[in-house]
Design a protein around this ligand. Sequence first.
Ligand code: MN
Length: 290
Amino acid sequence: MSEVKKVLGIYGPGSNHWVGDGFPVRNLFPSNGVNEQINPFLMLDYAGPSYFEPAKKSHGVGEHPHRGFETVTIAYQGAVEHRDSAGNAGVIFPGDVQWMTAASGVVHEEMHEKEFARNGGTFEMIQLWVNLPKEQKMSKPRYQGITKEQIPSVDLGNGSYVRVIAGELHGIQGPAKTFTPVNLFDVRLKAGSKVELQIPDGHNSGVVLLKGDVVIDSSNELKGEARIATLSPDGDHVVLEAKEDTTLLVLSGEPIHEPVFSYGPFVMNSRDEIMQAVRDYNDGKMGHLG
Ligand code: MN
């Protein structure tokens, strides 16, 4: 019995702010009140699209820590350079994805890539935070630099397609390794397309509009830029009808039913664990950048 996931709510950004001097973001949760309904996802910032003048010194965000979750960065325009205290480094270009598991803790920096910074240009990224289950929060940090060539596409006809970054869509597997079941789809719809995407029953999910105009389940419209629709865990698919050429990020995941204590860059299961994270960072236990 096939049942459609229902739209729970449609939200715009809850805050607009800068992350460092490189990421002018619109926050699509949790600042707008989208909370438990999108568990296991913790945060989504949509940076840009914004034009940056040529600069001698790269913009970005300098050395800062994370513990207890994963940061996923998806590049749409421009390029980001990452370097962390676990010894991992990488650059992502349009179409590429960086999946960084902070777990027990890293210190990293996220900067505009040097040549992009020198030349200037339009910058557009999404950063998504994915929670880790308790048993993985203190595991070893990991870095997955995923190039666009590694990300398979599902052809939906009429020029519409989905790039499967993580999880599975219509039998096609994405390359990202995850600790709990997570789907992450880069969805491009041509005006006039009507498509059905399978999203597992029991997954919390969201449809993030970067730009365009799409009708979800024939009655809920996402139009313009930087909007999110949250969907019910019940149901096993969503129907999307594009009225214009539309770019979406569809995320879904099995909820993690554990307490969430979050403080800035640390997301743990208790207040004590947060205090410990602050101490460990201050004591240099998350390392330093060389
Ligand atoms: Mn960071």
